[in-house]
Design a protein around this ligand. Structure first.
Ligand SMILES: *[C@@H]1O[C@H](CO)[C@@H](O)[C@H](O)[C@H]1NC(C)=O
Ligand SMILES: *[C@@H]1O[C@H](CO)[C@@H](O)[C@H](O)[C@H]1NC(C)=O
Ligand SMILES: *[C@@H]1O[C@H](CO)[C@@H](O)[C@H](O)[C@H]1NC(C)=O
Ligand SMILES: *[C@@H]1O[C@H](CO)[C@@H](O)[C@H](O)[C@H]1NC(C)=O
Ligand SMILES: *[C@@H]1O[C@H](CO)[C@@H](O)[C@H](O)[C@H]1NC(C)=O
Ligand SMILES: *[C@@H]1O[C@H](CO)[C@@H](O)[C@H](O)[C@H]1NC(C)=O
Length: 463
């Protein structure tokens, strides 16, 4: 009896990964395959089962398994796959004696779809290449596209004693990638840096699977990263003594991965008590490869941690959302921009004409009506905006304003108060407000404004 119970438990535990369970999920999820007769129902590919391989299909559904029983001639196999451009399900090459796995037409991209398990606990199935002792060539797999509809298929290449898997390392995003135990594995894994292996990174131009520097006692000198120009994945720098990230002197692009539902932080800078600057001199872009937002966290850094114009400008342009933003303006903020200079605001009457960026806290007051034209070209405001006792009935003079970044945590980013004649408080082109004050937009005592003015909701606040 006990044995039966154990057996039952074993079967149950195994069921989520069993072939029948997975094939059932594939068939259920990709109904079109059934309609087109493009599902392969067998649990391994052999000369015998290949007779049932779907014909005339560009998309194949199934769990395609090449294992120790594989006995098909290479050219024969290629014929069957000649029209295939997409696989819905999973592909496994395990315990086989296959030397070369190049079943697809060369250079033709093969799309891999594995979202049939999207809503289950387990990670999605994808490509699994395990225990193939003779395998030396994985040419076909280089043409696999592993990301479809924002789901990245898993990609596992393990224990293939003759396989140089190094070249596969740039594949996909590596978020779901395991490459180990092969003749050669990945180098330049940014998530596996230790003070012992640090010197091995001197040759890396790309860091795979993000960059993670945390809690280790690293030397002061990180010049080993000076060749890195791309980081594939998310960045976490925490519990270090670093003063800035200037050791990434040639970094140009970060390709973050953040799924829409996960809200992972793309760049996480936290608990670095000596960090005062970001200082990534050549960084041009941060992209998200999946569908989620770009999220930054700047938390528990040195109290003087500051942004210059270009850094702030980039955050605004990329519409980055901040989880925490413990930051202020750098001391020479006005003159720190390569892209554009910011005019310094003292009062509207003395402001230069034609400023596209302004640094300082703008106040529009009772007697400023005749100077409002000075704000016509303003696009970037690095500071707060206060409008009070004004005689105008709208904010048309701010029609170019796109971004507001207010890092002075003592006041709201936008305060509109006591404007007797104001009927319309919309700033038409405003996209993003970054604010370190809990209530970024405050409006009161504007009697002509409708209290339920929908326009107010147009402000999008990113922190
Ligand atoms: C699929 O196979 C069934 C049964 O063999 C056949 O009736 C049907 O026409 C086929 N559908 C397509 C799209 O070929
Ligand atoms: C495959 O397609 C070709 C032309 O598109 C057609 O002539 C042939 O009958 C099809 N074969 C099968 C098995 O459906
Ligand atoms: C591939 O497509 C060609 C042209 O449509 C067709 O003649 C051939 O039978 C197809 N092969 C397979 C295996 O489906
Ligand atoms: C690969 O081989 C190891 C050791 O021989 C074994 O434990 C593992 O189950 C094998 N994996 C697969 C997928 O067959
Ligand atoms: C850092 O190390 C590199 C070599 O690894 C050396 O060339 C450079 O001078 C060092 N810089 C400092 C500031 O110690
Ligand atoms: C970090 O700052 C602390 C206190 O300001 C200082 O004692 C320490 O030497 C600094 N560490 C480094 C590596 O600069």
């Amino acid at each position: 009896m006990l044995l039966l119970v154990l057996l039952f438990l074993f079967l149950k535990a195994n069921s989520e990964t069993s072939f029948q369970y997975l094939l059932g999920a594939v068939v259920k999820h990709y109904k079109f395959c059934g309609e087109l007769n493009c599902t392969f129902h067998h649990h391994e590919i052999t000369t015998e089962t290949l007779k049932f391989f779907p014909k005339n299909c560009t998309s194949i559904c199934g769990i395609l398994v090449f294992n120790e029983n594989f006995d098909v001639d290479h050219e024969e196999l290629k014929l069957h796959f000649q029209n295939v451009t997409a696989i819905y399900g999973a592909l496994r090459l395990e315990n086989s004696q296959i030397k070369s796995f190049s079943i697809f037409q060369e250079k033709k991209p093969i799309k891999m779809f594995c979202d049939f398990r999207r809503y289950t606990k387990n990670s999605v199935d994808g490509v699994k290449i395990v225990n193939n002792s003779q395998l030396t060539d994985l040419e076909s797999l280089k043409n696999f596209e592993l990301i479809q509809d924002y789901v990245e298929c898993s990609f596992e290449v393990q224990n293939n004693k003759m396989l140089d898997a190094k070249e596969l390392c740039g594949h996909g995003l590596m978020q779901n990638m395991v490459i180990r135990g092969n003749l050669r594995d990945c180098e330049c894994r940014g998530d596996l840096i230790t003070s012992e292996n640090l010197h091995e990174y001197a040759k890396c131009r790309v860091l795979y699977n993000g960059l993670r520097l945390t809690k280790q006692h690293f030397p002061d000198n990180f010049s080993t990263f000076s060749n890195v120009h791309l980081i594939e994945g998310n960045v976490e720098i925490s519990n270090t003594n670093l003063k800035s990230l200037s050791f990434l002197a040639n970094l140009r692009l970060i390709r973050s991965v953040n799924k829409i539902a996960r809200r992972q932080v793309s760049v996480n800078i936290r608990d670095n008590p000596n960090m005062t600057h970001l200082r990534l001199p050549l960084l041009e872009r941060i992209e998200n490869m999946l569908s989620g937002a770009l999220i930054f966290n700047v938390e528990n850094v040195h109290p003087d941690f500051c942004f210059n114009v270009d850094e702030l400008h980039m955050h605004l342009d990329l519409e980055i959302q901040f989880q925490n933003l413990h930051a202020t303006y750098c001391p020479d903020f006005e003159n720190s921009g390569r892209i554009h200079r910011a005019c310094k605001f003292q009062q509207l009457s003395s402001l230069e004409k034609g400023c596209t960026g302004i640094y300082g806290d703008i106040v529009v007051d009772v007697n400023d009506g005749r100077y409002l034209h000075k704000l016509f070209l303003l696009q970037y405001l690095y500071g707060s905006l206060k409008i009070q006792y004004m005689k105008a009935d709208g904010l048309d003079f701010l029609s170019s304003l796109i971004y507001i970044a207010a890092l002075d945590g003592t006041r709201p980013a936008v305060l509109i108060r006591s404007n007797k004649y104001l009927k319309q408080a919309a700033i038409p082109r405003l996209l993003t407000i970054i604010s370190t004050y809990p209530e970024p937009v405050v409006l009161y005592d504007n009697p002509a404004l409708f209290s339920d003015n929908d326009q107010c909701l147009m402000y999008r606040v990113s922190y």
